[in-house]
Design a binder for this molecule. Structure first.
Ligand code: IVH
Length: 678
């Protein structure tokens, strides 16, 4: 292929992606791939100036607009931003700036790069008369009625002492949706059976381009002002002054923006600020460095569609490639065997990761993951990274297929898998040391007995020494038992013994949690103890008695009766009672989420991270109900892999939304985020 042909090919492809992205808010390819194509085109154009074309996507984005909104020609083009991933690229930008200006006397403003969409707001004599999207930078769309529904955008400029209200002023900034509100919105859309958005930016863009402003009004849109277009009147002569003036006129201006006298300080701030990405309430894709003086900005001018006076210092990608070194399995409290990936250490959104989750053996098989594979990883928010899949082109034949062990890595018992469960389990409930450790860890955790100073390490040490076998043994521990054990000084021992004694006062519902009965967590244990009053009474109850409690289903009833059918578990209750732990006395109220209150779910199919029972318990934990069949009263059908055809077709017939596990978790998370805000 000649350079000319490749240039034509790249231009056609990029134009198509731009159209999809800017008009339909969709992207067919990852940002990194788009950037790479654009870089290749830029380089080829540089090397072959004969093929320069003002209509090349490197010069402008040519995007046909939809006809739904009136077109608005921007009096001054809305620019884009050049970007750099590495410090060296930002340093090179600084060099261009100082060279272009012929001086090192440059002050800087650093601002977050908000991942939303750019808007231009025109105010005449202080009144909002027009709001336009960026569009292709030259022509946007009139979205005034929709913009007026955004509460952080003033309809009239607030008069202030510092700057008189200009006769005409164009304010520019970013419309965005905060991450938590995005999750809530998607949960709402799911519950209503509507299409969800892939990310907050698409959601913001889609919300703004609604034909009915009432729909826009119901969307959690926010706005940060960061610059101005044409102004007819007095205006500060710096970017920093611009931000202050915008704030004074009543706009939201990002609090993390800062002014710096030197480039070194600006870069130090940008670099340090970038580590905050995951704790910000909204999505950011980097920091923007801007020359502060507007006169210097004008002097530097524009190259193509990027200003020469600003650069986006972009975040490291949230996706990475590494080598799968090994797959290790761990044993959980209920005997579940979970595989996890050990990978060659790799940088992923700013941190080094060497472990990734794999969920279950079926997934490993489905992905055909082999030890030694090059794998793609993803990490979003602060959750553990997970493996997307192997890079097949990188295989050289030395990769080893992985086999799920057939026996427990701790006690050697043959693993089992029951019914529809995806997880393999070690059935040696009483004898398996790992299970014992996990159970004790769980019993002393914050949700259960809450023994401070007792955790994974202490549980492992004491079980290995044979000092404790079950949760009741904890209460027989004496100071002398710890003497000589690694990590136990005198004060530590005294404190721990005190914490153990204090745990005897925990209410019975917490004691019930500490038993580690499958599906019996915070909410269910309260319901059970409100009804039965004591663990002994619960042990005598029939499955029908238990299932008759509102919000407790047959799955929980079965789990509880199975637990008490084991003689050792009954002995455990006697031991706890004898140790002075409260095994009766009724439940104490604890705060739980009511995210799913008044909602009725039907659960069908199998899930990746949990069993169907666990899904039902999760719903109950958050105040929801589950039933066996779909009816008009059903809020949503929670469908896993291979859902029951009857249930899904009935749901479709009745127009009841079918949601997946992720959507359920968003519904739960959305509500708890909401509660925190209250
Ligand atoms: S300055 C003349 N400042 O990023 C420079 N843009 O990639 C263009 N953006 O279209 C505007 N936060 O939608 C600027 N603090 C910020 C920004 C920001 C987000 C967006 C904006 C622009 C895009 C360019």
């Amino acid at each position: 292929m000649t350079p000319q042909e490749r240039i034509a090919e790249l231009r056609a492809a990029i134009t198509q992606y731009d159209y999809k992205y800017y008009v339909h808010n969709e992207s067919d390819i990852p940002d990194a791939v788009y950037d790479a194509l654009m870089d290749e085109l830029r380089l080829l154009e540089q090397q072959n100036p004969a093929y320069a074309d003002p209509h090349s996507p490197t010069q402008s984005i040519e995007v046909p607009l939809d006809n739904t909104f009136a077109k608005v020609k921007h009096p001054q083009p809305m620019l884009s931003l050049g970007n750099g991933m590495y410090e060296a690229e930002v340093d090179a930008f600084r060099d261009r700036v100082t060279k272009g200006l012929g001086t090192h006397d440059v002050a800087w403003v650093v601002e977050p790069k908000i991942d939303g969409l750019a808007i231009a707001l025109t105010y005449e004599n202080g009144t909002l008369v027009l709001a336009a999207t960026r569009g292709d930078g030259e022509t946007g769309e009139d979205v005034t009625s929709n913009i007026k529904t955004i509460k952080t955008i003033p309809w009239t400029l607030r008069p202030n002492g510092a700057t008189p209200i200009p006769r005409r002023l164009e304010v520019r900034g970013e419309v965005y949706i905060p991450s938590a509100e995005f999750d809530e919105l998607n949960a709402r859309l799911t519950a209503a059976g509507e299409k969800t958005a892939a990310n907050p930016r698409n959601a913001a863009s889609g919300s703004l381009r609604q034909k009915d402003p009432r729909i826009t009004a119901s969307r959690p849109l926010h706005f940060f002002a960061y610059s101005i277009g044409p102004v007819d009147g007095q205006w500060p002569d710096t970017q920093w002054g611009t931000l202050q003036a915008l704030r004074a006129f009543g706009f939201a201006v990002n609090d993390d923006a800062r002014w710096f006298a030197t480039y070194a300080e600006a870069m130090a701030y940008a670099t340090q600020w970038m580590t905050k990405r995951d704790v910000l309430a909204y999505e950011v894709d980097g920091a923007v460095l801007k020359v502060d003086s507007l006169a210097q900005q004008r002097e530097l001018g524009v190259a193509g569609r990027d200003p020469r006076w600003a650069l986006a210092y972009k975040f490291p990608a949230r996706e990475a490639t590494s080598i799968l070194k090994n797959i290790i399995v761990s044993v959980g409290r209920t005997g579940n065997i979970t595989p996890a990936a050990e990978i060659a250490p790799v940088q992923l959104s700013g941190v080094t990761v060497s472990n990734a989750s794999l969920h279950n053996a079926d997934l490993i098989k489905k992905l055909d993951l082999r030890i030694g594979d090059t794998v793609n990883l993803k990490r979003s928010g602060d959750v553990i990274p997970y493996i997307i899949g192997p890079v097949l082109e990188k295989r050289n034949g030395t990769e080893q297929p992985w086999q799920m062990p057939t026996h427990c890595p701790s006690c050697g018992t043959a693993l089992v898998r029951e019914g529809e469960e995806v997880a393999w389990r070690c059935p040696n409930v009483v004898g398996c040391l790992e299970q014992r450790k996990r159970r004790i860890e769980y019993a002393v955790s914050r949700e259960a007995l809450d023994i401070v100073g007792f955790g994974e390490k202490q549980a492992a040490l004491l079980v290995d020494r044979g000092l404790i076998h079950d949760v009741a043994d904890i209460f027989a521990l004496e100071g002398d038992d710890f003497v000589g054990l690694e990590g136990f000084g005198k004060t530590k021992i005294t404190k721990l013994i005190e914490a153990i004694a204090a745990a005897k006062q925990q209410p019975v519902n917490r004691v019930l949690i500490s038993l580690g009965i499958t599906l019996v967590g915070t909410t269910v244990s309260q319901l059970l103890m409100q009804r039965f009053g004591s663990v002994a009474a619960l042990a005598e109850a029939t499955a029908a008695d238990i299932a008759a409690i509102e919000r407790v289903g047959p799955g929980i009833a079965q789990s509880v009766t199975e637990f008490f059918a084991i003689a050792e578990n009954r002995t455990l209750i006697d031991k706890l009672t004898a140790a002075g732990v409260q095994t009766s006395g009724g439940a104490a109220r604890e705060a739980t989420s009511s995210a799913l209150a008044n909602m009725v779910f039907v659960v069908t199919g199998s899930f990746v991270g949990m069993s169907r029972e666990q899904a039902e318990a999760l719903i109950a934990e958050h105040g929801g109900k589950t039933t066996g069949s779909v009816s008009k009263k059903t809020t949503a059908v929670l469908a896993g892999a291979e859902p029951g055809a009857n249930k899904t077709s009935k749901a479709n017939e009745l127009d009841i939304p079918i949601i997946d596990e992720a959507a359920l978790r968003r519904m739960i998370a959305g509500e708890s985020a909401h509660q925190e805000g209250n």
